[in-house]
Design a binder for this molecule. Sequence first.
Ligand SMILES: *[C@@H]1O[C@H](CO)[C@@H](O)[C@H](O)[C@H]1NC(C)=O
Ligand SMILES: *[C@@H]1O[C@H](CO)[C@@H](O)[C@H](O)[C@H]1NC(C)=O
Ligand SMILES: *[C@@H]1O[C@H](CO)[C@@H](O)[C@H](O)[C@H]1NC(C)=O
Ligand SMILES: *[C@@H]1O[C@H](CO)[C@@H](O)[C@H](O)[C@H]1NC(C)=O
Ligand SMILES: *[C@@H]1O[C@H](CO)[C@@H](O)[C@H](O)[C@H]1NC(C)=O
Ligand SMILES: *[C@@H]1O[C@H](CO)[C@@H](O)[C@H](O)[C@H]1NC(C)=O
Ligand SMILES: [Cu+2]
Length: 384
Amino acid sequence: MHNSIFHIVAFAVLLVTLASGATSPDKQLMNKLVDRYQANARSRLPKTGPCRADNVKVRKEWGDLSNKTRLDYIRAVKCLASLPSKIGSYKALGARSRYDDFEAAHIIHTPTIHATGLFFAWHRHIAYLYEKALREECGYSGYLPYWDWARWADVPLNTNPLWDGSATSMSGNGKYIPNRNGTVQPGPVSGAPSLYTAPGTGGGYIYEGPFVNWTLHLGPVVNSVVQNGQPVTPNPRSDGLGYNPRRMIRDFNASLVKEGATYSILTDFLLNKTTIQDFHMPFFSGPHLAGHLFISGYDNDLYTSPQDPLFWFHHGQVDRMWSIWQGLDYATREYALDGTLTFGNLPPSRNVTLDDPMSFEFSPDVPVRRAMSTTKEDYCYIYA
Ligand SMILES: *[C@@H]1O[C@H](CO)[C@@H](O)[C@H](O)[C@H]1NC(C)=O
Ligand SMILES: *[C@@H]1O[C@H](CO)[C@@H](O)[C@H](O)[C@H]1NC(C)=O
Ligand SMILES: *[C@@H]1O[C@H](CO)[C@@H](O)[C@H](O)[C@H]1NC(C)=O
Ligand SMILES: *[C@@H]1O[C@H](CO)[C@@H](O)[C@H](O)[C@H]1NC(C)=O
Ligand SMILES: *[C@@H]1O[C@H](CO)[C@@H](O)[C@H](O)[C@H]1NC(C)=O
Ligand SMILES: *[C@@H]1O[C@H](CO)[C@@H](O)[C@H](O)[C@H]1NC(C)=O
Ligand SMILES: [Cu+2]
C-alpha cells in the first residue's frame, strides 16, 4: 500500500517533470556552450567603433519571437517576393522578384559553395544579405530568425510555431500523399554520390498558413519523378534558371532531425570536433543535410532549396552552430578553413584561402575573410 502510493507519486512527479520540459543533460550542456560562446563573443567587442557590446544585434529562435515580430517578418518576406528582381535576366531569365535573386545566386554557385571551403562563409554572407534586404527594402525591424533543430526534435510536429500552419507561422507541411516512392538526386558534379530521400509525411502542396499562395519561379534543377506523387513541371532550361511558376511542396520527415541533429549530436560537434577538418564535412553531410531533407527531398534540391522560406531558418541555425563552434575558441577556430574550390574536391583543386572571392551576382563579391567573424566589418550580430 505504502509502496504503491510511493510509486504513484514518483510516477506523477516524473510526468510533471517531463511535461514541464525539464532540461535533459544534453540540452543543459548545449545551454552552457551557448552561454560560453556569448560571453566570449561579447567580451572581445571593442568599446568604440561600429560594433560594440551595447549595439550588437541578437538573432533569435522563431519560438522566442513575439507574434508581432513574426507577423512583421512574414510581411517582409512576402514584400521581398513582390519587389522586382535586380539580378538581370541575362543571369537568371526566370527570376521575377528580389526573393528570386537570392535563390538564383544560390543555383548559379551551387557546385562551388557546397562541400567546398566556401560553404560556411558563402551561406553566412547570403543570409546577411537576405536579412539586410528584409530590413532595408521591406522595413522589417527584427533580425534573421533561426530554427533550433534539436529544440523541436522530440515534440509533435504541429507544436513548432515555425510551421504549425497558423497565421503566425511560415505555413505547414505539404498535403499528405500516400504510396509514393522516394527521390534520388544525382550529385552536382561528376563522381559525386547521389542522394536518396525517403518519402515523408507530406509530399503535396502546402495548404495552410500565410504562404499557401507562395509561387516558385526557378528550378527544379534536379528533376525527380516520384511514383504517385505531385507532378512537377520541369524547368524549360537545364540550368534551372528559366521561368517555371508553380506552388510549393513540402514533405516533412521528423525522423531525419531526430536521428541527425539532436543536442547530443550537436554538442559532440561543438566540443569534440576541435579542428575545422573534423567539423566541416561531417557537419555538412550530417545535421546540415538532415535539416534540408526534413523540409523536403522533393522539388527542393541542393540548388533550389532557398525557394522555400524555411531555408533561411535552417541556414540561420547552420551559421549559429558554426558561430558557436568558433566562439568556443576564437584563437584557433575563427579563421580556420577546410576544403578546396571544387565539390568534394572533384575534380581535385587547391584549398580555399581567406583571400578567395565569393560571388553573389546581385551584390558585390567579398573575400572569404570578410565572412569569418559575425562581429567585424559590416556584420554585427550574435546568436541567442
Ligand atoms: C500568437 O498567434 C497564434 C496564432 O497564429 C495564437 O495561437 C497564439 O495564441 C498567439 N500568441 C500570443 C501570445 O498572442
Ligand atoms: C523518414 O526518413 C527516414 C530516414 O531516412 C525513413 O526511414 C522514413 O521512411 C522516412 N519517412 C517517414 C514517414 O518516416
Ligand atoms: C490564396 O489565393 C486564393 C485565390 O486567389 C485566395 O482566395 C486566398 O485568400 C489566398 N490565400 C492567402 C493566404 O493569401
Ligand atoms: C520511383 O518512381 C519512378 C517513376 O516511376 C522511377 O523512375 C523510379 O525508379 C522509382 N524509384 C524507386 C526507388 O522505386
Ligand atoms: C566526446 O567524445 C567522447 C569520446 O567519444 C564521448 O564520450 C563524449 O560523450 C563526447 N562529448 C559529447 C559532448 O558528445
Ligand atoms: C589543404 O588543406 C588540408 C586540410 O584541410 C591540408 O591537409 C593540406 O595540407 C592542405 N594543402 C595545401 C597544399 O596546403
Ligand atoms: Cu546551399
